[in-house]
Write a protein that binds this ligand. Sequence first.
Ligand SMILES: Nc1ncnc2c1ncn2[C@@H]1O[C@H](COP(=O)(O)OP(=O)(O)O)[C@@H](O)[C@H]1O
Ligand SMILES: [Mg+2]
Length: 347
Amino acid sequence: MPSIIRVEDARKVYRIAQKDPGLKGAFKALFRPRYTDKVAVDGINFNIDEGEIVGYIGVNGAGKSTTIKMLTGILVPTSGEVRVLERDPHRDRVANARDIGVVFGQRTQLWWDLALIESLNTISKLYEVPAARYKQLLEEFNETLNLKELLHVPIRSMSLGQKMRAELAATLIHEPKIVYLDEPTIGLDLIVKERIREFIKQQNREKRATVILTTHDLGDIEELCKRVLIIDAGKLIYDGPLSTIRERFGKYRTITFETAAKVGNYHLPEGVEMEVEEERKLVLRFDRTITTASRVAANLMQQIEVSDFSLTEPDLSSIIKQIYNGALKQAESLVEPVAAPVLEGAR
Ligand SMILES: Nc1ncnc2c1ncn2[C@@H]1O[C@H](COP(=O)(O)OP(=O)(O)O)[C@@H](O)[C@H]1O
Ligand SMILES: [Mg+2]
Protein backbone atom coordinates (compact mmCIF):
# COMPACT_ATOMS: atom_id res chain seq x y z
CA MET A 1 0.00 0.00 0.00
CA PRO A 2 1.36 3.44 -0.85
CA SER A 3 2.16 5.91 1.92
CA ILE A 4 -0.80 7.99 2.95
CA ILE A 5 1.31 11.14 3.08
CA ARG A 6 3.90 11.88 0.43
CA VAL A 7 5.99 15.00 0.31
CA GLU A 8 8.34 15.55 -2.62
CA ASP A 9 10.74 18.48 -2.81
CA ALA A 10 8.17 20.68 -1.12
CA ARG A 11 9.24 24.25 -0.80
CA LYS A 12 7.41 27.24 0.62
CA VAL A 13 8.52 30.80 0.14
CA TYR A 14 6.62 33.60 1.82
CA ARG A 15 6.64 36.87 -0.03
CA ILE A 16 6.66 39.79 2.34
CA ALA A 17 5.81 43.30 1.15
CA GLN A 18 8.33 45.91 2.28
CA LYS A 19 7.17 49.32 3.32
CA ASP A 20 9.17 52.35 4.37
CA PRO A 21 7.78 54.17 7.37
CA GLY A 22 5.31 57.06 7.00
CA LEU A 23 2.86 58.21 4.39
CA LYS A 24 5.46 58.57 1.71
CA GLY A 25 6.50 55.00 2.27
CA ALA A 26 2.89 53.87 2.08
CA PHE A 27 2.46 55.54 -1.33
CA LYS A 28 5.71 54.17 -2.60
CA ALA A 29 4.67 50.67 -1.57
CA LEU A 30 1.35 51.18 -3.31
CA PHE A 31 2.83 52.14 -6.67
CA ARG A 32 6.06 50.24 -6.66
CA PRO A 33 5.77 47.39 -4.20
CA ARG A 34 8.99 45.80 -3.04
CA TYR A 35 9.15 42.33 -1.67
CA THR A 36 11.51 40.14 0.19
CA ASP A 37 11.25 36.40 0.10
CA LYS A 38 11.40 34.22 3.15
CA VAL A 39 12.16 30.58 2.48
CA ALA A 40 10.26 28.79 5.23
CA VAL A 41 10.45 25.23 3.90
CA ASP A 42 13.36 24.45 1.64
CA GLY A 43 12.77 21.31 -0.39
CA ILE A 44 11.73 18.54 1.96
CA ASN A 45 10.96 14.88 1.24
CA PHE A 46 9.24 12.30 3.38
CA ASN A 47 6.56 9.62 3.35
CA ILE A 48 4.29 8.62 6.18
CA ASP A 49 2.44 5.31 6.37
CA GLU A 50 -0.92 4.57 7.87
CA GLY A 51 -0.90 4.12 11.63
CA GLU A 52 2.40 5.90 12.30
CA ILE A 53 2.89 8.52 14.99
CA VAL A 54 5.58 10.82 13.71
CA GLY A 55 7.20 13.58 15.72
CA TYR A 56 8.07 16.68 13.75
CA ILE A 57 10.55 18.70 15.69
CA GLY A 58 12.66 21.79 15.33
CA VAL A 59 13.29 25.10 17.01
CA ASN A 60 10.96 28.06 16.64
CA GLY A 61 10.82 29.28 13.08
CA ALA A 62 12.25 26.05 11.63
CA GLY A 63 9.25 25.53 9.33
CA LYS A 64 7.06 23.07 11.23
CA SER A 65 3.77 24.94 11.04
CA THR A 66 4.36 25.83 7.41
CA THR A 67 4.75 22.13 6.62
CA ILE A 68 1.57 21.27 8.49
CA LYS A 69 -0.28 24.01 6.62
CA MET A 70 0.84 22.56 3.30
CA LEU A 71 -0.24 19.08 4.38
CA THR A 72 -3.65 20.30 5.48
CA GLY A 73 -4.22 22.31 2.31
CA ILE A 74 -4.21 25.72 3.99
CA LEU A 75 -1.10 26.68 2.04
CA VAL A 76 0.03 25.67 -1.44
CA PRO A 77 3.70 24.75 -1.84
CA THR A 78 5.67 27.24 -3.92
CA SER A 79 7.14 24.25 -5.68
CA GLY A 80 7.23 20.51 -5.21
CA GLU A 81 4.40 18.20 -4.39
CA VAL A 82 2.30 17.17 -1.44
CA ARG A 83 -0.10 14.21 -1.59
CA VAL A 84 -2.37 13.17 1.23
CA LEU A 85 -4.39 9.99 0.68
CA GLU A 86 -3.53 10.37 -3.01
CA ARG A 87 -5.10 13.81 -3.12
CA ASP A 88 -3.79 17.30 -3.55
CA PRO A 89 -4.83 18.63 -0.14
CA HIS A 90 -5.35 22.17 -1.40
CA ARG A 91 -7.22 21.46 -4.62
CA ASP A 92 -9.31 18.75 -2.99
CA ARG A 93 -9.80 20.62 0.26
CA VAL A 94 -13.35 19.47 0.83
CA ALA A 95 -12.67 15.79 0.37
CA ASN A 96 -9.45 16.13 2.31
CA ALA A 97 -11.19 17.79 5.24
CA ARG A 98 -13.29 14.68 5.91
CA ASP A 99 -10.24 12.56 6.38
CA ILE A 100 -8.15 14.83 8.54
CA GLY A 101 -8.32 16.54 11.89
CA VAL A 102 -6.14 19.50 12.85
CA VAL A 103 -5.31 21.04 16.19
CA PHE A 104 -3.26 24.18 16.45
CA GLY A 105 -2.23 24.38 20.09
CA GLN A 106 -2.26 28.12 20.27
CA ARG A 107 -5.66 28.88 18.92
CA THR A 108 -9.09 27.41 19.11
CA GLN A 109 -11.33 26.45 16.22
CA LEU A 110 -14.35 26.23 18.48
CA TRP A 111 -17.05 28.80 18.80
CA TRP A 112 -16.00 31.00 21.65
CA ASP A 113 -19.44 31.64 23.15
CA LEU A 114 -21.02 28.26 22.65
CA ALA A 115 -21.06 25.52 25.22
CA LEU A 116 -18.86 22.66 24.10
CA ILE A 117 -21.79 20.31 23.53
CA GLU A 118 -23.35 22.77 21.08
CA SER A 119 -20.10 22.98 19.14
CA LEU A 120 -19.83 19.21 19.08
CA ASN A 121 -23.44 18.83 17.91
CA THR A 122 -22.80 21.26 15.08
CA ILE A 123 -19.52 19.69 14.03
CA SER A 124 -20.97 16.19 14.04
CA LYS A 125 -23.76 17.40 11.75
CA LEU A 126 -21.32 19.14 9.41
CA TYR A 127 -19.36 15.92 9.09
CA GLU A 128 -22.50 13.79 8.95
CA VAL A 129 -21.50 11.57 11.84
CA PRO A 130 -24.37 9.07 12.28
CA ALA A 131 -26.37 9.84 15.43
CA ALA A 132 -25.70 6.51 17.09
CA ARG A 133 -21.98 6.73 16.41
CA TYR A 134 -21.91 10.29 17.71
CA LYS A 135 -23.51 9.19 20.95
CA GLN A 136 -20.98 6.40 21.29
CA LEU A 137 -18.06 8.72 20.68
CA LEU A 138 -19.35 11.27 23.17
CA GLU A 139 -19.43 8.57 25.80
CA GLU A 140 -15.97 7.43 24.86
CA PHE A 141 -14.57 10.96 25.06
CA ASN A 142 -16.37 11.56 28.34
CA GLU A 143 -14.20 8.88 29.72
CA THR A 144 -10.87 9.39 28.00
CA LEU A 145 -10.87 13.19 28.06
CA ASN A 146 -13.04 13.61 31.12
CA LEU A 147 -15.38 15.74 29.05
CA LYS A 148 -18.53 15.45 31.11
CA GLU A 149 -17.66 18.36 33.36
CA LEU A 150 -16.94 20.51 30.29
CA LEU A 151 -19.89 19.83 28.01
CA HIS A 152 -21.98 22.72 29.24
CA VAL A 153 -19.18 25.21 29.66
CA PRO A 154 -18.59 27.84 26.96
CA ILE A 155 -15.10 27.74 25.48
CA ARG A 156 -14.37 31.27 26.66
CA SER A 157 -14.54 30.24 30.30
CA MET A 158 -12.27 27.22 29.99
CA SER A 159 -8.71 26.94 31.20
CA LEU A 160 -5.99 26.22 28.68
CA GLY A 161 -5.98 22.52 29.50
CA GLN A 162 -9.76 22.27 29.34
CA LYS A 163 -9.72 24.02 25.99
CA MET A 164 -7.23 21.54 24.62
CA ARG A 165 -9.37 18.62 25.77
CA ALA A 166 -12.40 20.23 24.13
CA GLU A 167 -10.39 20.88 21.00
CA LEU A 168 -9.26 17.28 20.73
CA ALA A 169 -12.81 16.00 21.11
CA ALA A 170 -14.04 18.39 18.42
CA THR A 171 -11.21 17.40 16.09
CA LEU A 172 -11.70 13.68 16.51
CA ILE A 173 -15.49 13.46 16.57
CA HIS A 174 -15.55 12.66 12.84
CA GLU A 175 -12.86 9.98 13.29
CA PRO A 176 -10.32 11.35 10.85
CA LYS A 177 -7.73 9.02 9.35
CA ILE A 178 -4.96 11.56 9.84
CA VAL A 179 -4.54 13.87 12.80
CA TYR A 180 -2.23 16.85 12.74
CA LEU A 181 -1.34 18.23 16.11
CA ASP A 182 0.67 21.43 16.12
CA GLU A 183 2.09 21.98 19.62
CA PRO A 184 -0.83 20.31 21.40
CA THR A 185 0.69 20.44 24.86
CA ILE A 186 2.10 23.94 24.78
CA GLY A 187 1.57 25.72 28.08
CA LEU A 188 -0.14 22.78 29.77
CA ASP A 189 0.72 21.36 33.14
CA LEU A 190 2.10 17.85 33.45
CA ILE A 191 -1.12 16.14 34.46
CA VAL A 192 -3.04 17.51 31.50
CA LYS A 193 -0.13 16.73 29.20
CA GLU A 194 -0.16 13.15 30.42
CA ARG A 195 -3.87 12.80 29.80
CA ILE A 196 -3.56 14.23 26.32
CA ARG A 197 -0.65 11.97 25.45
CA GLU A 198 -2.63 8.96 26.66
CA PHE A 199 -5.57 10.03 24.53
CA ILE A 200 -3.43 10.42 21.42
CA LYS A 201 -1.85 7.03 21.98
CA GLN A 202 -5.24 5.44 22.36
CA GLN A 203 -6.63 7.03 19.19
CA ASN A 204 -3.64 5.70 17.33
CA ARG A 205 -3.85 2.22 18.85
CA GLU A 206 -7.56 1.66 18.67
CA LYS A 207 -8.50 3.57 15.55
CA ARG A 208 -5.25 3.36 13.64
CA ALA A 209 -5.25 7.12 13.33
CA THR A 210 -2.06 8.39 11.77
CA VAL A 211 -0.64 11.19 13.89
CA ILE A 212 1.77 13.94 13.01
CA LEU A 213 2.84 15.86 16.00
CA THR A 214 4.89 19.01 15.98
CA THR A 215 6.25 19.99 19.30
CA HIS A 216 9.22 21.35 21.04
CA ASP A 217 8.29 19.36 24.11
CA LEU A 218 10.59 16.38 23.93
CA GLY A 219 8.49 14.60 26.54
CA ASP A 220 5.70 14.34 23.96
CA ILE A 221 8.12 12.82 21.50
CA GLU A 222 9.60 10.36 23.96
CA GLU A 223 6.21 9.10 24.99
CA LEU A 224 4.53 8.98 21.64
CA CYS A 225 6.83 8.73 18.66
CA LYS A 226 8.98 5.95 17.33
CA ARG A 227 9.96 8.01 14.34
CA VAL A 228 11.02 11.62 14.24
CA LEU A 229 11.68 14.16 11.56
CA ILE A 230 13.91 17.04 12.49
CA ILE A 231 13.63 20.25 10.54
CA ASP A 232 16.15 23.03 10.81
CA ALA A 233 15.98 26.28 8.85
CA GLY A 234 13.52 24.74 6.40
CA LYS A 235 15.55 21.61 5.72
CA LEU A 236 15.02 18.10 6.99
CA ILE A 237 18.15 17.17 8.82
CA TYR A 238 16.99 13.84 10.19
CA ASP A 239 14.37 11.23 9.42
CA GLY A 240 14.54 8.03 11.37
CA PRO A 241 13.90 6.24 14.60
CA LEU A 242 14.12 8.07 17.88
CA SER A 243 16.28 5.27 19.25
CA THR A 244 18.93 5.92 16.59
CA ILE A 245 19.20 9.53 17.60
CA ARG A 246 19.86 8.44 21.12
CA GLU A 247 22.42 5.82 20.18
CA ARG A 248 24.30 7.75 17.57
CA PHE A 249 24.17 11.27 18.77
CA GLY A 250 24.15 10.86 22.48
CA LYS A 251 27.78 11.80 22.76
CA TYR A 252 27.71 12.12 26.51
CA ARG A 253 26.62 9.64 29.13
CA THR A 254 26.33 10.07 32.83
CA ILE A 255 27.67 7.64 35.35
CA THR A 256 26.90 7.87 39.05
CA PHE A 257 29.06 6.34 41.77
CA GLU A 258 28.00 5.77 45.35
CA THR A 259 30.71 5.33 47.90
CA ALA A 260 30.71 3.57 51.25
CA ALA A 261 32.75 6.26 52.91
CA LYS A 262 33.43 9.89 52.08
CA VAL A 263 34.65 10.37 48.51
CA GLY A 264 38.40 10.85 48.90
CA ASN A 265 40.90 12.29 46.48
CA TYR A 266 40.77 11.21 42.88
CA HIS A 267 41.65 12.45 39.46
CA LEU A 268 39.45 12.23 36.41
CA PRO A 269 40.58 10.18 33.42
CA GLU A 270 40.55 11.60 29.90
CA GLY A 271 37.13 12.44 28.45
CA VAL A 272 35.45 12.63 31.85
CA GLU A 273 34.03 15.66 33.63
CA MET A 274 32.60 16.05 37.08
CA GLU A 275 28.95 17.05 37.28
CA VAL A 276 28.08 16.64 40.93
CA GLU A 277 30.12 15.78 43.97
CA GLU A 278 28.44 15.02 47.27
CA GLU A 279 29.78 13.41 50.39
CA ARG A 280 29.09 9.88 49.22
CA LYS A 281 28.16 10.37 45.64
CA LEU A 282 29.90 11.31 42.46
CA VAL A 283 28.19 12.07 39.17
CA LEU A 284 30.46 12.05 36.14
CA ARG A 285 29.82 12.83 32.53
CA PHE A 286 31.93 11.13 29.90
CA ASP A 287 32.40 11.49 26.18
CA ARG A 288 31.54 8.20 24.49
CA THR A 289 33.82 8.94 21.57
CA ILE A 290 36.81 9.11 23.92
CA THR A 291 36.15 6.50 26.56
CA THR A 292 33.66 3.86 27.69
CA ALA A 293 31.54 3.32 30.77
CA SER A 294 33.51 0.26 31.82
CA ARG A 295 36.82 2.08 31.50
CA VAL A 296 35.54 4.99 33.57
CA ALA A 297 34.13 2.62 36.17
CA ALA A 298 37.34 0.56 36.37
CA ASN A 299 39.46 3.67 36.66
CA LEU A 300 37.41 5.23 39.43
CA MET A 301 37.14 1.99 41.34
CA GLN A 302 40.91 1.90 41.64
CA GLN A 303 40.90 5.33 43.19
CA ILE A 304 37.89 5.44 45.48
CA GLU A 305 35.87 2.86 47.36
CA VAL A 306 32.76 2.40 45.21
CA SER A 307 29.74 0.62 46.67
CA ASP A 308 27.47 0.99 43.67
CA PHE A 309 27.32 2.69 40.30
CA SER A 310 24.76 3.26 37.57
CA LEU A 311 24.64 4.55 34.05
CA THR A 312 22.01 7.02 32.88
CA GLU A 313 20.60 7.22 29.39
CA PRO A 314 21.38 10.49 27.69
CA ASP A 315 18.74 13.13 27.93
CA LEU A 316 16.99 13.70 24.63
CA SER A 317 16.97 17.46 24.82
CA SER A 318 20.73 17.61 25.19
CA ILE A 319 21.04 15.30 22.20
CA ILE A 320 18.83 17.46 20.05
CA LYS A 321 20.95 20.44 21.03
CA GLN A 322 24.05 18.59 19.90
CA ILE A 323 22.37 17.85 16.59
CA TYR A 324 21.54 21.48 16.06
CA ASN A 325 25.05 22.40 17.01
CA GLY A 326 26.48 20.45 14.16
CA ALA A 327 27.06 17.00 15.60
CA LEU A 328 24.95 15.86 12.71
CA LYS A 329 27.24 17.32 10.11
CA GLN A 330 30.21 15.45 11.51
CA ALA A 331 28.24 12.24 11.49
CA GLU A 332 26.44 12.74 8.21
CA SER A 333 27.31 9.31 6.90
CA LEU A 334 25.31 7.79 9.73
CA VAL A 335 22.06 9.46 8.87
CA GLU A 336 19.44 8.18 6.48
CA PRO A 337 19.72 10.09 3.23
CA VAL A 338 17.79 13.34 3.28
CA ALA A 339 16.76 15.62 0.48
CA ALA A 340 19.33 17.56 -1.43
CA PRO A 341 18.43 21.26 -1.51
CA VAL A 342 16.25 22.24 -4.43
CA LEU A 343 18.07 24.59 -6.73
CA GLU A 344 15.18 26.12 -8.58
CA GLY A 345 14.10 29.40 -7.02
CA ALA A 346 10.61 30.58 -6.24
CA ARG A 347 10.76 33.77 -8.21
N1 LIG B 1 2.69 34.21 6.93
C1 LIG B 1 4.02 34.34 6.97
N2 LIG B 1 4.62 35.35 6.29
C2 LIG B 1 5.96 35.49 6.30
N3 LIG B 1 6.81 34.69 6.96
C3 LIG B 1 6.28 33.67 7.67
C4 LIG B 1 4.86 33.45 7.72
N4 LIG B 1 4.61 32.37 8.50
C5 LIG B 1 5.83 31.94 8.93
N5 LIG B 1 6.81 32.71 8.43
C6 LIG B 1 8.26 32.54 8.65
O1 LIG B 1 8.63 31.28 8.12
C7 LIG B 1 9.53 30.60 8.98
C8 LIG B 1 8.93 29.26 9.41
O2 LIG B 1 7.80 29.52 10.25
P1 LIG B 1 6.92 28.37 10.89
O3 LIG B 1 6.58 27.36 9.84
O4 LIG B 1 5.80 29.01 11.60
O5 LIG B 1 7.95 27.73 11.92
P2 LIG B 1 7.69 26.83 13.23
O6 LIG B 1 6.29 26.36 13.23
O7 LIG B 1 8.70 25.74 13.11
O8 LIG B 1 8.01 27.72 14.40
C9 LIG B 1 9.81 31.56 10.12
O9 LIG B 1 10.98 32.27 9.82
C10 LIG B 1 8.61 32.47 10.11
O10 LIG B 1 8.95 33.73 10.61
MG1 LIG C 1 4.77 26.60 14.67
